[in-house]
Design a protein around this ligand. Sequence first.
Ligand SMILES: NC(=O)c1ccc[n+]([C@@H]2O[C@H](COP(=O)([O-])OP(=O)(O)OC[C@H]3O[C@@H](n4cnc5c(N)ncnc54)[C@H](OP(=O)(O)O)[C@@H]3O)[C@@H](O)[C@H]2O)c1
Length: 316
Amino acid sequence: MTDYNIVTKAVPTFYFVGVTTGKSSINKVFPLWMDVLGRSEVVLKGIDHPIHDDPEAYRATVAQMKYDPNSLGALVTTHKLDLFAAAEDMFDYFDPYAQVTRELSSISKRDGRLEGHAKDPITAGLSLDHIIGEGYFGRTDGHILSLGAGGSALATLLHLINKPNKADRPDKFVAINRSADRLEHMRNMVAKYETDIEVEYIQSNDPACNDKVMARMPEYSIIINATGMGKDTPGSPITDNGLFPRNSIAWEFNYRGELDFMHQALRQTDSRNVRVEDGWVYFVHGWSQVVGQVLDIEITPELFDQLDKAAATTRS
Ligand SMILES: NC(=O)c1ccc[n+]([C@@H]2O[C@H](COP(=O)([O-])OP(=O)(O)OC[C@H]3O[C@@H](n4cnc5c(N)ncnc54)[C@H](OP(=O)(O)O)[C@@H]3O)[C@@H](O)[C@H]2O)c1
């Protein structure tokens, strides 16, 4: 502990650990949410780490929360796997999803214990449920194509695997990823569960090849852009010629950036009856779940509605 340069915060502080935290909409949304929750004394502070930062830098970030009473906890983005690996021994508790995925998106404290949670399977799931409602796959026989097999794609798949009703599980989930590693990670994760969802793993970063896979998806399928392309990196994982299945849902996980994939889908709303969703709902669920965890407040559906409405006032 003495190795760390802990700053004693004058006010209760909620951290946002990311890469370019200053650009996120949460900076505008957070104070509004604190008013809704009756916790306007809590301030948000970003901590930017370069991607794949030095493990000691991650440990220093965790130590600040562990040892300063006014540092309440954090939402972690991008560094979820690296931070877990660097600082696993500093935590007193991990929830089952953090244990199985070995990543964490929430750091909180309860009764003097430092806790890590992987909220993504819950928040990706709440977002998907919000978009498709109950019984979607039973009604439509659609499948899922996930372009990208990183943390959020995996979270979406885990959520579907855990759905008790057959009508809420697709028969098939196709995952396309650039590197083989992520597909292997997904395969290992799926092997830990008994599931009737057939998962197909395809290694590709060729948009023309991705178009071909998309072309064989059935009507009503959900096509997800979970690659970060169009925000974190330029472009789209499909070409402008890629045809979305008729009556499909195109779900772009991001809500800011160039969003090329989303614009490709928007051009097919009439011709192929494609419904287009962006990542705003995911953003609101992701943040509200972690805020609830850190501040020890249950986010009821009524409270979520209030937070959603407050967040919407900041959208331009
Ligand atoms: N709206 C929200 O609140 C919200 C919530 C969660 C995530 N997101 C966004 O969703 C995106 C994905 O998040 P994540 O946490 O899953 O990130 P991640 O773990 O970095 O996963 C991205 C995956 O996409 C793969 N990929 C990149 N370009 C590709 C291409 N052209 N073809 C095939 N695969 C490609 C990467 O492969 P490699 O293995 O080769 O790198 C990586 O496995 C990010 O942009 C994130 O900001 C938004």
